[in-house]
Design a protein around this ligand. Structure first.
Ligand SMILES: [Zn+2]
Ligand SMILES: [Zn+2]
Length: 110
């Protein structure tokens, strides 16, 4: 065994192999968060990709090709996730109540 990512591994072969696997997996996982191309479940309709299948399904159901569902109650800012609206309101509309308008619910009711 030699140097793996600059770390001298001085243990038996068997253990060295499993550590080698671990090392080759860990950097990939951090890459997954940053680089869409390495994700296993790419969206067939857009450039998004996900490492979990349920994430892709959720994306297809609620996000992909959909109008941003949530809207800032104080301006025209829209986003697909209510959490982003909360974040926006906290930053842009200080001292205002933090909530998001669900555009789909409004259209259902009227
Ligand atoms: Zn998509
Ligand atoms: Zn706003």
């Amino acid at each position: 065994m030699g140097y793996v990512f600059g770390i001298n591994i001085s243990i038996g072969d068997e253990q060295g192999q499993s550590i080698g696997k671990l090392w080759s997996r860990l950097p990939n996982q951090t890459d997954l968060d940053n680089n869409c191309k390495t994700k296993k479940f790419p969206c067939p309709k857009c450039a998004c990709a996900y490492s979990q299948k349920y994430s892709l399904n959720r994306h297809l159901m609620y996000e992909c090709g959909q109008e941003p569902r949530f809207k800032c109650p104080y301006c025209e800012y829209r986003y697909k996730k209510s959490a982003n609206i909360y974040e926006h309101v906290r930053r842009r509309h200080k001292n205002c109540q933090v909530y998001a308008i669900d555009v789909l619910k409004i259209t259902e009711e009227t």
